[in-house]
Design a protein around this ligand. Sequence first.
Ligand code: UDP
Length: 245
Amino acid sequence: MVEKLYEGKAKILYPTNDAEILLTYFKDDATAFNAQKRGQIQGKGEINCTISAALFEWLETLGVPTHYIDRPTPDQMRVRAVKIIPIEVVVRNIAAGSLCKQTGLPEGKILPFPLVEFYLKNDELGDPLLTSDRLSILELATSEQIEQIKAMTLKINQHLSEFFDRCGITLVDFKLEFGLDSQQRLLLADEISPDTCRLWDKAESDPKARVLDKDRFRRDLGEIEGAYQRVQQRVLEQIARKGDW
Ligand code: UDP
């Protein structure tokens, strides 16, 4: 058994024979509220790996560089080794979650423009929201890299919003992580899945019934596996239709 390189809340990273390539294993473990709430979502590892792989592959075809290589098994992804920039980039199209809690904006309010936010990726500090001055003082990335991250994030948001819309799903908000490969190339990394996105079913107006993402776990709404499976099915169907749009 190969020694793991790193174990996070939802994934385990293994080295491979090639120093430029890592293997990511997606776990069924679920955490919320900075890991104060813990549980398991049956089949989540496979579903999140499958959805992420499909979306990364599709984004690559649109000119977005990602760390994705391939998916040797349903719950394992081979990725290019990158040094993760310790910033969580959140994009919001509709007010939800911490934005509502912190600003009083009503949940569901359509924002006048996509809001891009940077949070420090540091569990001990509770992933605080960064101002642009804090971001520059922390020197987590150069100002050129930050500009590149913003531009890539907005482009990804445009593509993904349209993609999910065609799946009958509203992309409310999501979180991205970026990394630098051995040639200092900026790549989209981590995952894009119902764990890291808020996804609302367009066919449901009920604020609980419409939730197809990790908020079902965070808010004890039940039917978590079913929601994740529905997202997977619609994403794969939409990918299969790609020639048509
Ligand atoms: N998010 C994430 N990981 C985090 C924090 C947030 O994937 O550590 C995602 C979350 O699923 C949502 C978006 O980023 O799609 C915005 O999350 P928010 O700031 O509202 O935080 P929350 O209240 O969900 O913790």
